[in-house]
Design a protein around this ligand. Structure first.
Ligand code: PLP
Length: 387
């Protein structure tokens, strides 16, 4: 599909399958090869073919993925990295300098918080955590002139809070900062932050984009070409790039993103119906619920409400740990966004690194990544696990 066609907005599913790659002019291969090469023959010194010289700078399999991601997020440029955290670190170094400040989500993914708190802080980058569902509180956390990034997740991990992307973009821009949206939980199928005013989209492509729990990867997508140039420079200078095989896996995953996400959402809705009102379950966190404080905003900015559900177990922390241990169809494990359902205890697993900080999560919380198995089997498994 030509650049022009995807700019003129073919449907999401069409872009997911075609954007970023034209069938190979020589062989007609409809899927990009895995260009397992570190270097490229030059036609005379400096005579690069298609701009390729060395695979850290650019590799054709990665280029296909980067073009596809840009088309799906409706951005101008995409960048693929070795992990979500590598993407985040590269972005920070491209935009921030010692003495700058960033605003982080009050319930950020633990690894993101650790990156800022234990790594970036030591390089002189200050941070303040603010609840992303409270636009005024985020505004109050900003230090005009010093705050370079307002970083949000929506929905957040693991409490499924919802941030108003358009309102926060205005708050960030008024103070001269960029709005960064970690779109990992929603995926580009459910939400496109750049169209709502955000400046940068971050993904852990390890999750829904890859979709099959077989790859670690990350991405940035931006709409401003100057920022794109800065990121391209830092991507090459730091070198935490996605390799060709990993790029190929994520690109393959993206082709089925739309159908997978619809099934994740269908199944999550069934699971939520089961959990709400269950005698042993306390609060259920899922933005489709009309009582969820972010429901209205989520309904406006998301196509559907996603595949992640969290809930509290009334009998407390040990009971929550036991539920995780008893599940069978839900595999006990970290990560999310794959075709298989996963269950975890955030307090002792994904969010153990924020224990004792202002980001600590409730001990009785269980997080589900609802997969695309038969919904009846998922509900029966939770019924058994809850005892
Ligand atoms: C919301 C979110 N952002 C970023 C990351 C980091 O991505 P990666 O594990 O690919 O480095 C994760 C990982 O779980 C995540 O859940």
């Amino acid at each position: 599909m030509s650049e022009q066609q995807h700019r003129h907005k073919a449907g999401f599913e069409t872009r997911a399958i075609h954007a970023g790659y034209e069938p190979d002019p020589i062989t007609g291969a409809v899927i990009p090869p895995i260009f397992a090469t570190s270097t490229f023959k030059q036609d005379g010194v400096g005579g690069l073919r298609g701009g390729y010289e060395y695979s850290r700078s650019a590799n054709p399999t990665r280029t296909a993925l980067e073009g596809n991601l840009a088309a799906l997020e409706e951005g101008e440029a995409g960048f693929a990295f070795a992990s979500g955290l590598a993407a985040e670190d590269t972005l920070v170094r491209a935009v921030c300098r010692p003495g700058d400040h960033v605003v982080l989500p009050g319930d950020a993914y633990g690894g993101t918080f650790r990156l800022f708190d234990k790594v970036e802080k030591a390089w002189g980058l200050a941070h303040t955590a603010a609840p992303v569902f409270d636009t005024a509180a985020v505004g109050a956390a900003m230090q005009p002139g010093r705050t370079k990034l307002v970083w949000i997740e929506t929905p957040t991990n693991p409490l499924l809070n919802i941030a108003d992307i358009a309102a926060l973009a205005r708050v960030a821009h008024d103070a001269g900062a960029l709005l960064v949206v970690d779109n990992t939980f929603a995926s580009p199928y459910l939400q496109q932050p750049l169209t709502l005013g955000a400046d940068v989209v971050v993904h852990s492509t390890t999750k829904y984009c890859g979709g099959h729990s077989d790859v670690i990867g990350g991405a940035l997508v931006v709409r401003d070409l100057e920022l794109a140039e800065q990121i391209a420079f830092h991507q090459n200078s730091i070198g935490a790039v996605a390799g060709p095989f990993d790029s190929w896996l994520v690109l393959r995953g993206l082709k089925t993103l739309a159908v997978r996400m619809d099934r994740h959402c269908d199944n999550a809705e069934r699971v939520v119906d089961f959990l709400v009102g269950h005698a042993k379950v306390g609060d259920v966190f899922y933005p489709a619920l009309s009582g969820h404080p972010g429901h209205q905003v989520a309904a406006q900015q998301m196509r559907r409400f996603g595949g992640i559900v969290s809930f509290r177990v009334k009998a407390g922390e040990q009971a929550a740990v036991d539920v995780c241990g008893r599940a069978e169809v839900f595999t006990l494990g970290e990560s999310l966004g794959g075709v298989e359902s996963l269950i975890e205890h955030p307090g002792r697993m994904t969010h153990a690194s924020v224990a004792g900080t202002e980001l600590e999560v409730p001990g009785d919380l269980v997080r589900l990544s609802v997969g695309i198995e038969s919904a009846d089997d998922l509900v029966a498994d939770l019924d058994r696990a809850l005892g």
